[in-house]
Design a protein around this ligand. Structure first.
Ligand SMILES: [Zn+2]
Length: 557
């Protein structure tokens, strides 16, 4: 949806802020599904990799390929092949031989809706050789959709990189030649092509309710405690609930309140800390719990949907909600809930948080309305005008900090990144909260503008929305960028899975050591001396990442 189109939430939340499809020139289908199309790498993914093969007789499909592709076709998904064929540039085979190979592939595997081939070599510096995103953009265009509505399946890091750089999903299906660091960096890994297809179809189905709510929902109570980023990624699911309810009341914690104010579809906010969710909780205050239960009872909700992250429990709140007289409660819970939940939903590890939450909303009977893309969005009326003194749009925002220091970019690395970006002709704005002023001042001194302490979350959203890219760790501003459709260079500490917490449905390049020892520790402060996952980031790689994302140093996009 574009800003000038009418929005389904206009009646309650005024206009919706620039959506993530802004960059792509939306031709999105109106159906609120995750994917329209599956893009497939050729060699090593669809067929066995025979280097520089120009001989149709040597085409051998991988096991199960035909049946898997037919499942996608039956589900209405369009299929394209996206393949690097540098053998053309090197003269190892002719275009005619390649077309004969492709004819043989279609004979064995069925028809594809499009074939996109990069004929270049690395030295050509084209924008279509994966990991550049050109083939993904071209395939989406040819199939009449947008990259965020595509998922690409490939066997090496170049495939996943190309998908992400276009804002598409990428599934890695490793083979013996796939490097371990490529497997570590991928957010979504499947054992083989049939398994990748099964998971694509499962995720597609999981956001569609099998049955509508049995009774109409007048007031829905939705819950998302924890911090700003957590609240932002729950936005699509809250919009889905809002589409099926007359009124939505959101319970959030103090650290998520500023983000809650930005969400479309929310009619009323209740702020209260939950000691079983907060990372540094105070003691449980029985009186506070009693008054919270009374307050939630007064909401008069006829349904509650409790959103949590992996490793958080919805059950203590479910008990309070039961005591408040709420009859219908839905939540994700691996733990046995007894009679605390009416809908006990379960989700495999690795699903992006926005989809994980959307699948809970679907289990509770709600889906995004047609025309509302499953992307992060902000209320336009909640985002203030951008301060005039930050200059024209087209700058790069570098946000070095994070509430969890394990996910922050080391200041000395951020400083070198600012220097490298300035040298490459980028205007750099360095952002951070009031308690990060010392860091932002030091980092900005290398050639950027220091905005440390100048913005609250809504003000930061305004600055991010006019950036040509944001360089940021795994923290709230990455999700503000996703909500504005602004490309992200993600300096991602692997303390939590990238596939769950990476920037959602927005062009992204991931940097940092995905296999560092902090991987999957969920640590708030880095457990490894020297913060190795991010201290090794090469500032030159950030400059190259911006080039991959087609962000030029002249200030334009
Ligand atoms: Zn090319």
């Amino acid at each position: 949806m574009r800003q000038d189109q009418e929005d389904p939430y206009q009646r309650r939340s005024a206009q919706v802020y620039a959506a993530a499809d802004r960059a792509a020139g939306s031709v999105a289908s109106p159906r609120a599904v995750l994917y329209d199309a599956v893009l497939l790498d050729r060699d090593g993914t669809l067929i066995e990799d025979v280097p520089y093969n120009g001989d149709p007789e040597k085409v051998r499909p991988v096991p199960g390929a035909r049946a898997a592709l037919d499942r996608l076709r039956a589900a209405g998904l369009r299929l394209a092949v996206v393949t690097n064929q540098s053998g053309l540039a090197r003269g190892y085979f002719t275009g005619e031989q390649m077309r004969a190979v492709h004819a043989r592939v279609e004979e064995l595997l069925g028809r594809f809706d499009a074939w996109l081939v990069c004929p270049h070599d690395d030295a050509d510096g084209c924008d279509c050789r994966k990991p550049a995103p050109g083939l993904v953009y071209a395939a989406a265009r040819e199939l009449g959709t947008t990259p965020p509505r595509c998922v690409l399946v490939g066997d090496i890091g170049r495939d996943v990189g190309a998908a992400m750089a276009a804002g598409a999903a990428g599934v890695l299906v490793p083979t013996p030649v796939t490097r371990p660091e490529e497997v570590a960096a991928a957010g979504w890994v499947a054992t083989d092509l049939p398994a990748a297809v099964a998971e694509i179809l499962r995720r597609q189905q999981a956001v569609q309710p099998s049955t509508p709510p049995t009774e109409p929902v007048r007031t829905a109570l939705v819950v998302r405690s924890d911090s700003a980023g957590d609240v932002l990624v729950t936005g699509p699911a809250i919009r889905a609930v809002a589409a099926g309810a007359e009124r939505v009341v959101l319970l959030c914690g103090p650290r998520g309140r500023a983000a809650a104010n930005l969400l479309p579809g929310v009619d009323e906010i209740i702020e209260h800390p939950l000691p079983w969710i907060d990372p540094a909780p105070g003691p449980v205050d029985p009186e506070a719990m009693r008054s919270l239960s009374t307050r939630l009872g007064a909401v008069g909700a006829d349904q509650a949907v409790v959103f949590t992250s992996f490793h958080q429990s919805a059950l203590p709140l479910a008990l309070l909600l039961r005591m408040a007289g709420i009859n219908r409660i839905a939540a994700i819970s691996d733990d046995y809930p007894g009679s605390l939940l009416d809908i006990r939903h379960r989700v495999p590890v690795g699903v992006p948080e926005p989809e994980r939450a959307l699948s809970l909303a679907a289990a509770a009977g709600h889906r995004l309305p047609d025309g509302d893309e499953p992307v992060l969005r902000l209320r336009r009326d909640a985002v203030p005008p951008r301060p005039a003194d930050v200059g024209d749009p087209g700058y790069v925002v570098l946000h070095p900090g994070s509430a969890a220091s394990s996910r922050a970019c080391p200041p000395e690395v951020a400083t070198r990144i600012v220097g490298a970006l300035a040298d490459a002709g980028h205007r750099v704005l360095v952002t951070g909260g009031p308690d990060e002023r010392a860091v932002t001042a030091r980092v900005a001194a290398a050639g950027g503008t220091d905005l440390g302490g100048r913005t609250d979350l809504a003000g930061l959203a305004a600055i991010v929305a006019d950036a040509s890219a944001v360089v940021v760790g795994n923290t709230g501003p990455a999700h503000l960028a996703a909500a504005a459709g602004v490309p992200v260079v993600s300096l991602f500490a692997p303390t939590v899975p990238f596939g769950q917490w990476g920037p959602y449905r927005v062009p992204t390049v991931r940097l940092g050591d995905a296999a560092a020892p902090c991987r999957d520790t969920r640590a708030a402060s880095c457990p490894v001396p020297g913060h190795p996952c991010l201290s090794g980031v090469d500032p030159g790689d950030v400059v190259n990442a911006l080039r991959t994302l087609a962000v030029s140093g002249g200030g334009g996009r």
